[in-house]
Write a protein that binds this ligand. Sequence first.
Ligand SMILES: [Zn+2]
Length: 97
Amino acid sequence: VHGHPVLPNNWSEIQLNDLFQTINGLTFIRNEVGAHFSPSGADLSNSDVRTFGEAVLAFAQALSCPTCGYLPQKERDDHRSCRCPKYQTQLRPLNRP
Ligand SMILES: [Zn+2]
């Protein structure tokens, strides 16, 4: 309906955009503290680093299947799915490059 899949009963839909935007606004923390050493990273507060870490964790948990624990990576016709044989976690929409 209007570009959104109709979900079967008892499925839940998790919107990822807000979680992603939170991380996207904090990527400088990843670059200054997490993935690379930078003297300027010492200027960031522990609270800022914690906020970034918690945002990444929330995004990863939202993406992961609660049953098998895998990310939906297997490409299907119009989505990606996890490894569960039935009732998979699905990632929609599927955007191909
Ligand atoms: Zn699964």
